[in-house]
Design a protein around this ligand. Structure first.
Ligand SMILES: [Zn+2]
Length: 169
């Protein structure tokens, strides 16, 4: 296994092709381990008491601080927080969305991931779109070169607005 997956750097270390993608993220555990290494590159730090020793691990992927017993997950506060959709499906969705030159829509995402509901696909796509906007971004300046692309502005059947706002990475 290469170093990118063992010590991934946020913003840099992502699979570069489908073979690598399926090798890195073949199980739910490998996806969880990846997010854990991204979140705590120097090893787990308890979000509550800042203790840095190895956490206990529950069967459902919860990390339990050995000092204060606080339970957390690697996805708390991210776009993957409190979702019933497996991380593997989320990651595959992210791969699909970022590899569609003509833009992705919720129906396409639902089909390609085999999701049971359009609502799930729509929510997923919505969270991806939120995460792809860099907060505090400034206007382009200088010499700007533009490649062709298509952006899907709307989805035909937008479900009712979701209530909770998610914090992004
Ligand atoms: Zn703690």
């Amino acid at each position: 296994m290469d170093n990118q997956i063992l010590m991934p750097k946020g913003g840099d270390d992502y699979p570069t092709n489908w073979n690598q993608f399926s090798e890195w993220f073949h199980t739910e555990e490998s996806c969880l381990a990846y997010t854990e290494r991204l979140r705590w590159p120097q090893g787990y730090v308890c979000p509550r008491c800042k203790n840095q020793s190895d956490p206990y691990r529950s069967s459902r992927g919860r990390l339990i601080c050995p000092a204060c017993r606080f339970q957390s997950t690697t996805t708390a506060g991210t776009i993957f927080d409190k979702t019933r959709t497996p991380l593997r499906v989320w990651f595959a969705g992210a791969w699909y969305v970022t590899n569609q030159k003509h833009g992705a829509n919720a129906l396409g995402l639902q089909r390609v991931l085999g999701l049971g509901s359009y609502q799930t696909a729509w929510t997923m796509l919505h969270r991806f779109r939120q995460a792809m906007v860099r907060p505090g971004r400034e206007r382009l300046h200088g010499l700007v070169e533009v490649d062709e692309t298509y952006l899907s502005i709307t989805d035909r059947y937008a479900p009712p607005a979701t209530k909770k706002k998610k914090k992004l990475y």
